[in-house]
Design a protein around this ligand. Structure first.
Ligand code: ADP
Ligand code: ASP
Ligand code: MG
Length: 429
């Protein structure tokens, strides 16, 4: 017998027929002797619809009320799944975020999970019930409903798995695992049997939306074994404990303990490629080239809670032999924060001293990720050469220990991902 968490995403919960199929899948695990908590998303498209209502009601909606509205999608699917399980002869009940409770911060619309008291959950499981828990929602200290940010049901599932000390957290979705890149863009993408937490964290944070970034960080911190697998398989599909999907593991588990071992392990240098079209580029022209100028730009943005991602500062144009040169500074912010960013910069224009702000939302960030990068040179140069050969212009660059990202024209996203996938030898044969 094992304790497991099964999480089903929006496509898997879209309609009563699919919810019945989910109930059948859960029943199989219960019949195999497992104690099961299920975390569900709202039906596909429902959260978008609810967000739309809030925006329509008022552009300046109160995030507390937004959370009341958007959390309702998961309330519906959790009740429906409990009904479908009961109809299939499986004892089940739903537990809303405030009933368990799942305590969160009071950062409405993007709350962070704090503590989950496992007592009620454990008692329910001990009674032989399946606990059905709506993902995405929690409760703040003042008893108000919160949500965890888009895609947050993954994080709910991992947090529940940690609280109930589950053997595994199985994330059922509309693809059968984590691929070398989004299989909807590159049909020749390969499914990975295993990915390290570090790589998955980077991939998620640079746009691979198969798992919410926070869920991976939490799994890494709490040591939760996460598997991504398909919910669209028939009754004869292999059981989840045979690990048919992609397992997210520690580097130790993968066998990469020391750098030397990297050479002996047959692994690609690059594990995956991701893209993100949700960034916007801002260029401030003729920023005075003097100490403190960069701080004058980024401090007010930070104060406004805006995350700056890529930054490039062009070579200063200094008049011959003189003082008082100037430079262009280019950086990216989340596209949703562009209007706020422009307003903040405009307000600080006198302190910064730039001439003009130019912005562009038709950009995409392409990132290659792999732990193999730590010990091998040449990853970035392969990237630039490959893109250059296709006439794709690089607008900005950023790197981390296991990632290289470039900013390009949005129209070239698919082409860039495809040619890089081939260049790094990732295509399925
Ligand atoms: P769910 O509703 O189940 O949470 P999501 O739509 O959030 O599902 O995530 C699954 C989607 O993630 C897939 O349909 C796929 O298009 C996308 N995706 C992006 N990058 C990858 C990747 N590297 N591997 C697998 N899927 C990916
Ligand atoms: N329903 C929420 C969303 O669409 C949470 C989730 O599905 O993970 O963002
Ligand atoms: Mg998701």
């Amino acid at each position: 017998m094992a304790r497991i968490v099964m999480k089903f995403g929006g496509t898997s919960m879209a309609g009563i027929e699919r919810i019945r199929a989910v109930a059948a899948r859960v029943k199989r695990e219960v019949d195999a002797g497992n104690q099961v908590a299920v975390v569900v998303s709202a039906m596909a498209g429902e959260t978008d619809r609810l967000v739309g209502f809030c925006r329509e009601a008022s552009a300046l909606y109160d995030p507390r009320e937004y959370d009341v509205v958007v959390s309702s999608g998961e309330q519906v699917t959790s009740g429906l799944l409990a009904i479908a399980l009961q109809a299939a002869g499986v004892p089940a009940r739903s537990w809303l975020g405030w009933q368990l409770p799942i305590h969160t911060s009071d950062a409405f619309a993007r709350a962070r999970i704090g503590a989950i008291d496992p007592a009620a959950l454990n008692a329910s499981l001990a009674r032989g019930e399946v606990a059905v828990i709506p993902g995405f929602q929690g409760v703040a200290d003042d008893n108000r409903v919160t949500t965890l940010g888009r895609g947050g049901s993954d994080t709910s599932a991992v947090a529940i798995a940690a609280a109930m000390k589950a053997a595994r957290c199985d994330i059922y979705t509309d693809v059968d695992g984590v691929y070398t890149t989004d299989p909807r863009i590159v049909p020749r993408a390969r499914k990975l049997a295993r990915v390290t937490y570090e790589e998955m964290l980077e991939l998620a944070s640079v746009g691979a939306k198969v798992l919410q970034t926070r869920s991976v960080g939490l799994a890494m911190k709490e040591g939760v074994r996460v598997q991504v697998l398909s919910s669209f398989t028939g009754p004869d599909a292999p059981m989840a404990d045979t690990l048919p999907g992609t397992l997210i593991v520690s580097e130790e588990e993968l066998g990469i303990v020391a750098e030397e071992e990297l050479d002996t392990v047959e692994r690609q240098l690059i594990t995956g490629i991701a893209h993100d079209k949700n960034e916007a580029k801002i260029t401030l022209t003729a920023v005075p080239d003097r100490p403190g100028a960069v701080a004058a730009i980024f401090a007010p943005l930070a104060d406004a809670g805006i995350n700056v991602d890529m930054i490039i500062q062009n070579i200063a144009h200094r008049p011959k032999g003189g003082e008082g040169g100037s430079t262009d500074v280019t950086f990216t912010v989340p596209a949703a924060d562009l209007p706020k960013s422009l307003a903040v910069l405009d307000a600080a224009k006198a302190q910064i001293g730039f001439t003009e702000q130019v912005h562009d939302t038709r950009v995409a960030k392409i990132s290659v990720v792999g732990v193999g990068m730590r010990s091998h040179a040449g990853v970035a140069s392969t990237m630039f050469t490959t893109l250059g050969a296709r006439g794709i212009n690089v607008l900005a660059i950023s790197t981390s220990e296991i990632k290289v990202s470039v900013l390009i024209d949005e129209d070239e996203t698919e082409l860039a991902v495809r040619v890089l996938h081939t260049a790094y030898g990732l295509d399925a044969t």
